[in-house]
Write a protein that binds this ligand. Structure first.
Ligand code: SF4
Ligand code: SF4
Length: 441
C-alpha cells in the first residue's frame, strides 16, 4: 500500500512522456515529407546563430517590451522546471525534497525559483493584457480567429496556474516545516511564498499536508499536460526554435536559390556550341524535376516545413509586410500557419491510411490563394524581422514558380513583362532596334 503513490507516479510519468514521444515522432515524420536540402555546411556559424537567436533571443529584443517580457517568461519557466528533476526523483522513490542536502545552495536555488516564478506570473499577466485589453493589432488579424486566438490565451492561463501551484506548494511546505510535521524538515528559502502564510492560519496539519500534496501532484501533472499540449499548439516553437535557427538559410537575404533544371537549360541556351540533341552528361542524368515549384507541402523542402512548425504566430512579419500594410490580402504569418495546417492534415491522412491517399486538396488554392502569393513584393521584411529565422518568402516564391512554370498562371502584367524580356531583351514593349531612339530626340 505504501508504494501506491510511487507506482501511480511512475505510470503518470510513462504515459506523459510516452504520448509526447509519439507526437514528436509524428512531427519529425511530417517534416521529412519535404524535399531534401543540404544544410550541413558552416556548422560554426549555425551553432552561433542558434546560441544567439534561439537561446539568447537576440531578435526578440528588437521590440524591447515584448522581448524582455518574453525572455523573463521563457528563462524563468525553463529554469524553474529544473525543480522538476527533484519532483521526479521524489515521486519515484517516495522521498521529500531530496536535494535538501545541498544546504545553502538548495536555499539559494529554491529562493531563485520563487523569484522567477513571481516574475513569470507578472510577465504572463502583462502578455494577457497586451492581447486582450490593449488588443495589439497583430493579435487580431483575420488569421488569428478561433483556435490560434484561444491557443495564445490558454498557454498564458496554463503558466499562471502552474506558477500558482508551485508557490502554494512551497508555502504549505514552509508552514508544515514551521509546525515540525513529519517528513517536512527545514529546507529551502521562500522569499515569495512566505507572504502566503497568513492564508493558512488555523489550518490543521492534515489539511496542510493534503494541500501540499495536491499542489505537488497537480504541478507535475500540469507540466506533463503542458508538454503534451505543445504538439497541438504554436508553442512547439519552445523546442523547434533551436533546430530551426540552426538550419536557417545563411545566404544573404534577397538571394534566391535557382532551380537547377532551369539553370542548366539556360546555360545550354547561352552556349553556342551546345548540341541540344546530345545525350545529357553523367552529372546531368537526373533529368527534369517532376514538378517545377510547389503546389503542396510535399513539394517544399524539409527546412520550409520545419519553419512552418516553428512559427510562433507572433505576427511581427505581418506587421512589417508592406503588402499587408497597404491592405492587400497577404499575411506572411498566414502563409506559415496554412503550411503547418496542411502539413498536419497530410500527416493525419498518412496516420489514417498507412500512406498518403489523395484527398483532392493541396496547399495552393485550398489554403493559400494566388492573390496572396502575387501580392508579395519579395522585400524580405518578413524574413528580416522573424525572431526565429523563418522565411515565409521562400514558400511564396516556390508557389509562384509553380503557378508560372506549371500553370502559366502569372498575372497578365507579369506575363507581358516576361514576353517582352523574351522578345525584346528588356521588360518594355519596344523593339531592340529602337533602343537608341532616345538619343535622336
Ligand atoms: S517579402 Fe513578401 S511577404 Fe515578406 S514582408 Fe515583403 S511583401 Fe510581405
Ligand atoms: S513567421 Fe516569424 S515573424 Fe512571422 S508569425 Fe511566424 S514566428 Fe512570427
Amino acid at each position: 500500500m505504501q508504494y501506491i503513490p510511487n507506482i501511480l507516479f511512475i505510470l503518470v510519468l510513462i504515459a506523459g512522456i510516452g504520448y509526447f514521444t509519439k507526437n514528436v515522432r509524428k512531427v519529425i515524420r511530417n517534416i521529412r515529407l519535404g524535399k531534401d536540402v543540404d544544410r550541413s555546411d558552416n556548422k560554426g556559424e549555425r551553432f552561433k546563430n542558434m546560441a544567439m537567436i534561439a537561446l539568447g533571443q537576440s531578435k526578440m529584443v528588437r521590440r524591447p517590451v515584448a522581448g524582455i517580457l518574453h525572455i523573463v517568461v521563457y528563462l524563468g519557466f525553463i529554469i524553474i522546471n529544473i525543480e522538476v528533476l527533484e519532483i521526479i526523483i521524489d515521486g519515484i522513490f517516495g522521498t521529500h525534497r531530496i536535494f535538501a542536502f545541498l544546504g545553502g545552495l538548495y536555499d539559494f536555488l529554491i529562493g531563485a525559483f520563487e523569484i522567477l516564478a513571481f516574475l513569470v506570473f507578472v510577465g504572463v499577466v502583462l502578455f494577457w493584457i497586451r492581447r486582450n485589453v490593449i488588443k495589439l493589432k497583430r493579435f487580431w488579424n483575420p488569421e488569428m480567429k478561433g483556435w490560434p486566438k484561444n491557443d495564445g490565451n490558454f498557454i498564458l492561463y496554463f503558466e499562471m496556474v502552474l506558477m500558482t501551484l508551485f508557490l502554494v506548494m512551497n508555502a504549505s511546505d514552509l508552514q508544515l516545516q514551521t509546525l515540525g510535521a513529519d517528513h517536512y524538515s527545514k529546507a529551502g528559502a521562500y522569499p515569495v511564498s512566505q507572504f502566503l502564510l497568513p492564508l493558512f492560519d488555523g489550518m490543521s496539519e492534515t489539511a496542510l499536508i493534503v494541500l501540499e500534496r495536491t499542489c505537488w501532484w497537480l504541478h507535475i501533472i500540469g507540466i506533463l499536460v503542458f508538454l503534451n499540449y505543445l504538439y497541438f499548439s504554436k508553442h512547439l516553437h519552445i523546442l523547434l526554435a533551436f533546430p530551426n535557427t540552426y538550419y536557417g538559410d545563411l545566404n544573404p537575404k534577397g538571394e534566391l536559390d535557382n532551380l537547377e533544371a532551369v539553370t542548366k537549360e539556360v546555360q545550354l541556351m547561352m552556349d553556342p556550341s551546345a548540341d541540344p540533341f546530345a545525350a545529357p552528361a553523367d552529372d546531368q542524368q537526373e533529368g527534369e524535376p517532376e514538378k517545377f515549384g510547389a503546389s503542396d507541402v510535399a513539394d517544399l523542402n524539409w527546412v520550409q516545413l520545419l519553419n512552418a512548425y516553428t512559427c510562433t504566430e507572433c505576427g511581427r512579419c505581418t506587421s512589417e509586410c508592406p503588402a499587408n500594410q497597404t491592405g492587400k490580402k497577404l499575411s506572411p504569418r498566414k502563409i506559415m500557419m496554412d503550411t503547418r495546417d496542411r502539413l498536419k492534415e497530410v500527416g493525419d491522412n498518412i496516420d489514417k491510411n498507412g500512406s498518403f491517399v489523395d484527398d483532392g486538396k493541396q496547399l495552393l488554392n485550398d489554403y493559400i490563394t494566388p492573390e496572396e502569393l502575387w501580392a508579395c513584393t519579395s522585400c524580405n521584411a518578413c524574413v528580416e524581422t522573424c525572431p526565429v529565422s523563418i522565411s515565409p518568402l521562400s514558400i511564396i516564391i516556390d508557389m509562384r514558380r509553380y503557378l508560372v512554370m506549371e500553370q502559366s498562371a502569372a498575372p497578365s502584367d507579369l506575363n507581358n513583362m516576361m514576353t517582352n524580356i523574351e522578345n525584346n531583351g528588356a521588360p518594355w514593349p519596344f523593339n531592340q532596334m529602337d533602343r537608341l531612339n532616345w538619343s535622336n530626340e
